[in-house]
Design a protein around this ligand. Structure first.
Ligand code: APR
Length: 225
């Protein structure tokens, strides 16, 4: 079957990575929305580098969990398009390939001067040079609030041909990802939401599986045959 799965921070919660809105939404006493923006980077690039260095180190110490492994398993038996809002690499380390990181990824660095991308060092700072143009203009290759998510054409096409659309561990508070369920429903997919709780867009789904991802995702995958 043609399946699209969208994941959010909730799938990495049991791996020990904090979600955005369950936590107090603060980091070093800064609201995340005030650190993950182009304005914050222009205002205080060293602070933003520090924020992502901390997230890169947390992600490196985390391990993929049963939910990540179950989705890698699903791809062996179905035509799966895996889209994630997460910037960690737990899907890849859990065995998934061709993961679509619509909000970018910690593993990649981007040159703010020439647009070159390269595998990010564990730590970047205001002096990190771009290997292509040598400008000291490295930034995290992360889609900040107000910037365009990546790979949207490919994502909309996959949703429109999907027979099943599932959203795992996402609060449905950030668009365009929050609108994927409604679009999938409109284009005929069976829509399933897997979450600890209700989300802001639960009404868009035909089916809801409530519980921790490490319990409900393997069960859901097994049920698909
Ligand atoms: N199992 C399943 N779901 C869980 C678990 C768990 N163990 N723990 C938390 N959740 C659910 C919460 O109920 C919530 O719905 O995961 C969701 C986490 O929501 P957010 O913290 O808002 O994360 P997310 O939806 O991924 O945020 C989307 O917002 O801050 C931006 O760019 C950032 O990609 C992020 C986007």
């Amino acid at each position: 079957m043609r399946i699209v799965v969208l994941t959010g921070a909730g799938i990495s919660a049991e791996s020990g990575l904090r979600t955005f809105r369950a936590a107090d939404g603060l980091w070093e006493d800064h609201r995340i929305e005030d650190v993950a923006t182009p304005e914050a980077f222009a205002r205080d690039p060293a602070l933003v580098h520090r924020f992502y260095n901390a997230r890169r180190s947390a992600a490196a110490q985390a391990k993929p969990n049963l939910a990540h492994h179950a989705l890698a398993d699903l791809a062996k038996r179905h035509d799966l398009t895996l889209v994630t809002q997460n910037v960690d690499d737990l899907h890849e380390r859990g065995g998934s390939t061709n993961v679509i990181h619509m909000h970018g990824e910690l593993a990649s660095a981007l040159c703010a001067a020439c647009g070159h991308r390269w595998p990010s060092p564990a730590e970047t700072d205001v002096k990190t040079p771009c290997p292509a143009c040598s400008a000291a203009a490295a930034r995290p290759d992360i889609v900040w609030f107000g910037e365009m998510p990546y790979h949207m054409e490919r994502i909309w096409q996959a949703i429109e041909r999907a027979e099943i659309f599932a959203a795992v561990g996402t609060s449905g508070q950030v668009y365009p990802a929050a609108g994927f369920g409604q679009h999938a429903r409109r284009t005929g997919a069976h829509c399933v939401e897997l979450n600890l709780d209700q989300s802001a867009v639960s009404r868009d789904f035909h089916e809801q599986l409530i519980g921790p991802a490490t319990h409900i995702v393997p069960k859901w995958v097994a049920g698909l045959g």
